[in-house]
Design a binder for this molecule. Structure first.
Ligand SMILES: Cc1cc2nc3c(=O)[nH]c(=O)nc-3n(C[C@H](O)[C@H](O)[C@H](O)COP(=O)(O)O)c2cc1C
Length: 410
């Protein structure tokens, strides 16, 4: 940032999560966008990054202690956020969310938050089990009710364990987009005016009221696509099978179970400009699933007769004229001859693009945080993308699809 007056000032509260290191990039990028950052760090945050490195990047002193008399005389916790247009908590640990929700004020960071009259944006970061814990869910609901805004967390690999799931702090550039939007109002995204319809996750095909046939799809790639499209300004509907993932911000999310419900929800959500079908829809369902739980003590083992489900990708691809989305994108999860099988699928279903990937267990793609895809288009081109985080695959796909749809609009 130049020495000239910054466009905005924010107060950044860094709490004790492994993602604290990402704050250094957040501060640097904020300054590039003309946003001056003043930092408060909790005691735990200082285990992850030092006030020295944070202060070097903010070019300001870093505030850490509620009982520092000098601070109290010179500035004080009540005044700390006064010059800022916005207070940002990033990363927000599970512990700190609990403190905020409980209205605690036993350290500088929590006292500032209790005393501020400025809008507050929170970027949670934690292990996916901590994020899904009922206590955290309750705290987030309380804070949302209190008018606190959230960004993320995203889905991806956890820094500390290599495990994948929801809980990863949003990327600094996304947090900055959210900061800018809160300070300056909605930013016109490049996909403004486009409507995306996306499916994600597995389907559950009932055997009886308590048992079902499912598959290993986690839904992460579809959720990442929905998130990316919404962030870039598109109007997004996500039809999701059972995944346990939190509905992405700004996305109309419809939860379904069986393939037949998914097709009905997709049809009800049309028209759309772009349809992206990432869901691993069951090919078969149990013919006449039982209305009551099948008992083990009845004679012999039950014989399940499978019947074919409707094909959602083919149904939508083959819709007539204006009812058909301008661009229909399917996903092909293959375990061998990936390009050959995916190209055949594209022709068979009449969709426009297929994103093909190798989901053999050795690739770790199904349920993992990364993906390695080939984008096959109906003209026959095959584009091999490098191995990327599912968020990055989503961003690239959504941008390419959006550009195509805007360029070919009738
Ligand atoms: C190596 C390590 C990594 C941690 N990462 C996280 C994390 O990412 N998110 C989280 O909520 N807690 C994490 N914790 C636990 C918090 O640091 C701990 O709950 C702390 O008391 C939070 O303090 P705070 O309220 O100042 O954030 C981690 C702890 C350790 C030792």
């Amino acid at each position: 940032m130049s020495e000239s007056e910054p466009k905005h000032r924010i107060l950044l509260i860094i709490t004790g999560g492994i993602a604290a290191y990402k704050c250094l990039e957040l501060i640097r990028r904020a300054r590039d966008r003309g946003i001056a950052v003043r930092c408060v760090m909790t005691k735990a945050a200082q285990q992850f990054v030092t006030p020295l490195s944070v202060g070097a990047l903010t070019n300001d002193r870093v505030f850490t202690d509620l009982f520092d008399l000098n601070d109290e005389r010179e500035i004080g916790h009540i005044r700390l956020s006064r010059e800022a247009g916005l207070v940002v908590v990033a990363p927000a640990s599970a512990d700190f969310l609990a403190k905020m929700a409980g209205g605690h004020a036993d350290d500088l960071a929590s006292s500032v938050l209790l005393a501020t009259d400025k809008p507050v944006l929170v970027a949670p970061a934690m292990n996916s089990r901590m994020w899904a814990h009922p206590a955290t869910v309750r705290n987030v609901a309380t804070l949302t009710e209190d008018g606190i805004s959230f960004i993320g967390p995203g889905v991806g690999e956890m820094a500390e364990s290599g495990e994948a799931g929801a809980g990863r702090m949003s990327e600094p550039h996304d947090i900055l987009d959210a900061i800018q939007e809160m300070l300056e109002g909605p930013v016109q995204g490049p996909l403004q005016g486009l409507r995306f319809l996306i499916t994600a996750g597995p389907t559950h095909e009932p055997i009886d009221p308590v048992r079902y046939i499912a598959n290993r799809s986690s839904g992460q790639q579809g959720y990442a696509i929905a998130t990316a499209a919404a962030r870039l300004g598109a109007d997004v509907t996500l039809v999701s099978g059972p995944t346990g993932l939190a509905a992405p911000d700004g996305v109309e999310t419809i939860q379904v179970e069986a393939a037949s419900d998914m097709l009905a929800a997709v049809e009800a959500s049309l028209p759309a400009d772009i349809a992206v079908f990432t869901a691993a829809v069951a090919d078969w369902r149990v013919d006449g699933s039982a209305e009551q739980k099948i008992k083990k003590d009845r004679k012999g083992t039950p014989q399940l007769k499978l019947v074919e489900n409707a094909d959602i990708l083919a149904t939508v691809s083959q819709l007539p004229g204006a009812e058909r989305p301008q661009l229909v994108i399917g996903f092909a999860a293959e375990t061998e001859h990936v390009i050959k099988h995916a190209t055949a699928k594209l022709a068979r279903k009449s969709c426009d693009w297929i994103v093909a990937n190798d989901v053999s267990p050795a690739t770790g793609i199904m349920g993992g945080a990364h993906n390695e895809v080939h984008l096959i288009k109906d003209g026959g081109s095959v584009d091999d993308w490098p191995r990327m985080a599912k968020d990055e695959v989503a961003d690239r796909l959504v941008r390419e699809a959006g550009e195509y749809a805007l360029a070919h609009r009738t």
